[in-house]
Design a protein around this ligand. Structure first.
Ligand code: SAH
Length: 506
């Protein structure tokens, strides 16, 4: 008997936006979250792919000048095949799927094959220029119309879809997509058709990304400027009086850390507290975790400590990881938070306090200065005869245990997570580092300092190191490296602030 035919799954043609991963729509994210197959163009920022579930098949369709590009028919066939097999497909395209993106052709192929589809709009590159380069496409006094044009049409072609006379006569804004390599062609054609060569023009490359660049010129000098600056795609050319507003309205490249590349070295799931604010200030943030956090070697010891939590007077957390690992383990098992009912809680720094608050736990003690010595000093007056449980990493400082013991406390330490060095850099980071393209490196603990120096060695001399605290700076110094700045408050926010202050005084 023939197998009943599968009901085909839906294909979502989704616009990923121009580059900034924040510019994908909520609907786009919803679709990505349910995707089983994602077919994406190389212009799509990989950060957008992170909305897809782990395990989804991610297929890059190739990039120009770099290996094979999947031909359009093959893309359509692949979508149809996956959807027919019952797998939900997201076809992710840069910008908007219907602006110079063959979205209609792909949707037609789906319609003909009887595959259900949905088209989710995206922010097209021209609109991104309107906001991120401060060149509004329309303006009450300067432009009442806007035209989006492809630069890939042959200007000499008799059946060209581009009517240069009409464009030359239009009093509005012209935006050329894919016009870098053909710039002489279309600028000559526009001028020959009567567009004045002195109309303001701009070329905006990698709009909405941390390395966005804008060159201001005129229609007549566009080709020369593009060639002189060796502009590579993706770039848009904007022609019209609205361009004159760019220097005033370009908020994006005026942010304090714009043009600064910062390497964040924290473990991956803790990088956001640094990467987020740095990116918001305009920095181009690269991530290279130099240590990894994982489960401890001896989980039985953690469980044993958990079963005896009520016996302790104090639990001391020296990091947010410690909180997560101990309480996560407690709640994953048979226990609940009442196990901590009679126990006091101490923490070293604000990130730890915040993580405890996430479990609705208030801290009984945390020092004004975020270091082990300060916590020990605050605890020692009441330590005699008390039982302390220190939830700690597989490596770390002993100062707290030593001082509490000296003060007459009974100290037990339990390793709740392991911290190991990363021994190979990500290829893009290794390349940026070897080319001296990294301006700042964040160093947020002594363990990170050691692993960082082991990973990059002498190459670090081309970067400025931003240290979180005097202890970390001292470790760096012992390793033969000096911190260029040190946080005043020993937190992620303090590190960001120190970099911002240094950048301001440059
Ligand atoms: N569907 C896309 C356009 C794809 S065609 C959209 O709606 O934006 C590719 C062209 O788009 C590039 O050659 C370039 O001209 C333009 N482009 C895409 N992203 C860009 C960006 N971030 N900055 C400048 N131009 C961009």
């Amino acid at each position: 008997m023939a197998q009943p035919k599968q009901t085909p799954a839906t294909v979502y043609l989704v616009g990923a936006g121009p580059g900034d991963p924040g510019l994908v729509t909520l609907r786009g994210v919803e679709c990505l979250r349910r995707a089983e197959v994602v077919l994406y163009d190389y212009l799509v920022n990989p950060a957008v792919l992170e909305h897809a579930p782990t395990g989804a098949e991610l297929v890059c369709l190739g990039r120009h000048g770099d290996g094979r590009i999947m031909p359009p028919e093959e893309v359509s066939q692949r979508m149809i095949r996956s959807a027919s097999d019952g797998r939900t497909v997201v076809r992710l395209k840069g910008g908007d799927p219907a602006v110079f993106a063959r979205g209609a052709e792909e949707a037609t192929a789906l319609a003909e094959a009887g595959i259900p589809f949905e088209i989710v709009p995206g922010i097209t590159a021209a609109l991104a220029v309107g906001s991120y380069a401060g060149i509004p496409l329309t303006h009450r006094e300067l432009a009442s119309a806007v035209t989006l044009i492809t630069g890939q049409e042959d200007a000499d072609k008799t059946d060209s879809g581009v009517d240069f006379s009409a464009l030359a006569a239009m009093r509005g804004t012209l935006v050329f997509y894919m016009g870098v390599t053909t710039v002489r062609h279309w600028t000559d054609a526009l001028i020959a058709a009567g567009k004045p060569a002195d109309v303001p023009a701009a070329i905006v490359r990698r709009c909405s990304l941390a390395d966005q660049t804008t060159i201001y010129c005129t229609l007549g000098s566009l080709a020369e400027q593009i060639e002189a600056a060796r502009v590579r795609p993706p770039a848009l050319a904007i022609i019209g009086p609205v361009v004159s507003l760019g220097p005033t309205l370009d908020w994006f490249s005026r942010r304090p850390l714009f043009g600064t590349r910062v390497l964040v070295t924290r473990p991956r799931d803790q990088a956001a507290a640094l990467a987020g604010p740095l990116a918001e200030m305009g920095a181009d943030v690269l991530r290279q975790p130099v240590i990894e956090i994982g489960p401890p070697d001896d989980l039985a010891a953690v469980d044993a400590a958990i079963s005896r939590l009520g016996e302790f007077d104090w639990i001391v957390f020296s990091s947010a990881n410690g909180v997560e690992r101990l309480l996560g383990r407690l709640l994953a098992g048979a226990g609940d938070l009442r196990a901590l009912g009679g126990v006091k809680i101490a923490a070293i720094g604000p990130a730890t306090v915040e993580r405890l608050a996430g479990y609705h736990l208030k801290c009984d003690l945390h020092p004004a200065e975020y270091r082990a010595e300060a916590l020990a000093a605050a605890l020692t007056p009441q330590a005699a005869g008390k039982r302390f449980l220190l939830a700690r990493a597989s490596r770390g400082r002993e100062v707290l245990a030593e001082q509490l013991t000296t003060a007459g406390g009974h100290v037990e330490q339990v390793v709740v997570y392991s911290s190991t060095d990363v021994t190979a850099a990500e290829p893009d980071v290794a390349e940026a580092m070897s080319q001296g393209r990294i301006d700042w490196v964040t160093v947020t603990s002594s363990a990170i300092a050691r692993s960082l120096v082991a990973l990059f060695g002498e190459q670090l001399r081309a970067c400025r190191l931003a240290s979180i605290s005097p202890i970390t700076s001292q470790t760096l110094q012992e390793l033969g490296h000096n911190a260029a700045v040190e946080a005043e408050e020993y937190t992620s926010a303090g590190v960001v602030e120190a970099i911002a202050q240094a950048a301001k005084s440059c």
